[in-house]
Design a protein around this ligand. Sequence first.
Ligand code: FAD
Length: 628
Amino acid sequence: MTKKYDIAIIGAGAAGLTAAFTAAGFSKKTVLIDKNLPGGECTWSGCIPSKSLINIAKEVHHAKKYSPELNIDTSEVLRDIQNVIQKVYAGESPEVLQQAGIDFINAYATFTGPNTIEVGGETIEAKKIILSTGSTPLVPPIDGLSDVDYLTNETIFKLESFPKTMTILGAGPIGVELSQALNRLGIQVTLVEKADRILSNDDEELALMIQERLKQEGVTIHTGATAVKAAQQGKQIKLTVEKDDQEMTVSNEGLLVALGRQANVSGYNLETAGVEYDKKRIQVDEHMETTAKGIYAIGDVVGPYQLSHMANAQGITATQNAILPINRKMKYDHVTWCTYTDPELGQSGLTEAQAREKHGDSIRVYEHDYADIDRANTKKDSIGKVKIVLDKKGYILGASILGDRAGEIISQIQTLKTLGINMGKLSSVIHPYPTYSEVLVKIGKKVYVDNLLNQPVVKTFNKAKAGELPVGKIGLYGAAAAAAGVGIANMAVQNNSKPQLGVKNGRLKEMPSTPNAVSSQTTVKGKFVPAWPYNGSKEQAKKNVLGMLKSYEGVRIVQVSHNYIYAVETSKLMRFKDDIEFYFNDAAQQIEFRSASRVGYSDQGVNRKRYEEMRKRYSSISTHTRNS
Ligand SMILES: Cc1cc2nc3c(=O)[nH]c(=O)nc-3n(C[C@H](O)[C@H](O)[C@H](O)COP(=O)(O)OP(=O)(O)OC[C@H]3O[C@@H](n4cnc5c(N)ncnc54)[C@H](O)[C@@H]3O)c2cc1C
């Protein structure tokens, strides 16, 4: 009998599960098929067990700082990892799928036609088919390798206990994460890598920092080293390695092959369905559709990034294209990943080197060391660095972060990048103190300043200031705007020029640190302005001041209290705000005055001019009221 479905999905890993839930969410009759239990590599042999191992190893590592003799029973560790796997699996079991309206079939699927599949003796016919058949560990034809009992990610977490010594072949994310974690549990690890450094897809400087950290922790690392032969010698696996034209051997109890992934493209009759592929991937277009109409492919079997979250993104795109009358494109501009070493290494978009290659030297690169982050300094041996690469307008092209919580911090960058928000905007976002994410606000402030300094009007002004342009050629507007712009820029950098408003101990609070303020209470020469006499009762003086303030366009009265009036003037051109304060000093029967611009740069005497202007209006009003 043939069972008919709207959507059939082969492979119940990260990609297939996402596709199935999406299809079922649109009330499509959905079947999900897997030769194994749902969850795929991520749950059973990838993300989940590796991150669980990393967590345990991290705890052990930190505990060992205070108890160096700590011995770890790795069989306990492996049992804990299996428990974690079961916890995650519970959220994607066949029962859970059934509740979501998804039929799960636990069998091997093979194409029998363009829209028919044979599954455990039954035939499934589907309007649309999605292939999410994943990948398997790549094991190259190294001489003797197939004769030794090597491990891969598919077998290592199923061990009873870890070997005491281990060679790890391949220093990509999997090899590097596992070498640090195993070493921390007391296993003697040797990492062998063909390239001249570890993590070759990541920023070089940051990858070398983590390489150094691994060495400090006791991992032996051979880079530029190619494995050419493997042989079992008693309990040891001997690996022959070529390095600098010389042969050397690395012998350990265990050998983990972590040399990348191989797409699962054979064994299920793709040819019958007209799906083209090569040994690296199934061929798809930007809508995730294969060369056979109505058949889509997603996840590791397609690439180009073999990561769970990319598989999820492809799953949503493909399923929506399959069931809705739309044609969404899968874009990879916003790729991101994190390597979960301690500290973590996160990446969003382009590395600096990639950005330079693509955009030339117009890019702007912002760097910040973890040593300058208070939260990082609360930890003894913290290392890290943040690199953010922007286009010339301040939009994010990419970021690389090495440091504690890099995976979380990079997610914030990823949000800004994906939503097209200028990095400078982060300057005004309040973050809790002390957090690692604060680093982004610090960088945001620098970007904000640079954005401002890059504005044509400010550039012109600065050129004139530097004598590169005749000043006469710049209009007053340009100069004032530029000056104010630079002022804001300075303020943003210093972030300490917030005016101290209000009254304290019978005085206006101390002068702000900005250079452009005038006050009748300052002792600073050149900034002193005389107070105004009441010329009558205080109440009348207050009325006169309020009348005077109301006669100005752009002045807003913010606060009027017993002895104090506070107003804000917003300039027309650039909408800069200046604070104006009056204190009614009953003992001296005079009105103290202060005017301060919020920008930290000379504003060509605006406050002094304002004072003179206001004083004239005030005395004209008070003369008028006295005489009337
Ligand atoms: C050690 C390790 C750590 C990792 N850590 C991370 C990480 O931290 N973050 C991250 O984003 N990614 C990580 N990854 C990568 C991630 O696991 C994969 O990108 C992701 O699981 C791929 O999902 P998928 O659905 O494409 O394939 P898979 O999960 O491999 O699923 C494919 C499924 O298809 C089934 N199948 C294949 N052919 C057939 C057939 N003919 N009939 C029936 N069933 C079939 C298989 O049984 C399998 O269940 C890690 C990988 C490894 C190995």
